[in-house]
Design a protein around this ligand. Structure first.
Ligand SMILES: NC(=O)c1ccc[n+]([C@@H]2O[C@H](COP(=O)([O-])OP(=O)(O)OC[C@H]3O[C@@H](n4cnc5c(N)ncnc54)[C@H](OP(=O)(O)O)[C@@H]3O)[C@@H](O)[C@H]2O)c1
Length: 245
């Protein structure tokens, strides 16, 4: 992990000064990330298409996560706004929207609100329109992370955490004592270092493997077909891999 004295995260660690985190997305991933980031002392805002519609929803998510309004009751410090509100508020932005809608959601967040900021992309470009398991809507010679980086060249896109379940993202010790891997991909080395520091010091990851520039996100996204088969084979989404060499 490369130290960058003076960075916001560095100051946060040294002086317990929180960063402003903007999470685009309201599903299980965003809820887990927001809960953990707020618990670490960061200021958090979650972004959605329509705040009123979100708060009126009574159904929980597919994985047993509560309806958003119920989750929010337990997390009163987390702010809620539009995608643009959350991105404007944030020093670090997280894309936790459905992969098929991510470019649309980020466009709603607004180019100016993303410029110069680290944009942590945890989304997967899953096409769920066919029968299970889902396929990838982009792969081989391109990836969602690259599409995002091309569409928002002023943002520093870091792909990470898309290869693990939402609960494991922020608490890797829940399986195998935490001795397994997560990956980072991106063009900006400082941005990757800052995100890596958060993964290690904030979320508890011990093994963070830098795969390279943003084109390496193809590999992290194309791991999803294997992840889906691992989930089916072991019958549990709390599954991950350890890289040994
Ligand atoms: N679930 C996991 O364990 C897991 C693990 C790794 C990676 N991921 C990836 O993380 C991302 C988030 O997953 P999730 O399960 O938490 O939620 P999700 O159901 O995949 O996505 C929910 C979010 O997508 C937004 N969205 C949906 N359609 C949209 C549209 N047409 N335009 C703009 N925004 C739209 C929703 O906005 P509204 O708030 O306005 O409804 C909502 O905030 C996904 O890309 C997923 O593949 C998930």
């Amino acid at each position: 992990v490369i130290e960058r004295p003076g960075s916001r995260l560095h100051r946060f660690r040294d002086q317990e000064e929180g960063m402003r985190m903007g999470l685009l997305g309201t599903g299980p991933v965003s809820q887990r990330l927001a809960g953990r980031l707020a618990g670490l002392g960061h200021e958090v805002m979650i972004g959605t298409r329509d705040v009123e519609a979100l708060m009126a929803r009574t159904e929980g998510a597919y994985d047993g996560s509560p309806a958003f309004a119920d989750w929010r009751t337990d997390h009163p410090t987390v702010r809620v706004g539009t995608f643009a509100d959350a991105a404007a508020f944030a020093e670090m932005v997280w894309n936790a929207t459905a992969g098929a809608a991510s470019l649309e959601a980020l466009a709603m967040a607004g180019t100016r609100n993303l410029d110069g900021k680290i944009l942590v992309d945890v989304a997967n470009p899953l096409d769920v329109s066919h029968r299970m398991p889902p396929t990838l809507s982009v792969c081989n010679t391109d990836s969602l992370a690259e599409q995002i980086q091309r569409a928002f060249p002023g943002a520093k896109v870091v792909k990470t955490l898309n290869t693990v379940n939402a609960r494991l993202m922020v608490d890797p010790a829940q399986v195998g004592g935490g001795d397994h891997h997560v990956f980072v991909s991106g063009n900006d080395q400082e941005a990757k270092s800052e995100v890596t520091r958060l993964l290690v010091e904030g979320f508890g990851w011990t093994n963070v493997l830098d795969l390279g520039d943003i084109t390496s996100a193809r590999a992290a996204e194309m791991y999803l077909p294997l992840w889906l088969r691992l989930f089916a084979a072991v019958g549990n989404p709390m599954v991950n891999v350890k890289v040994v060499w």
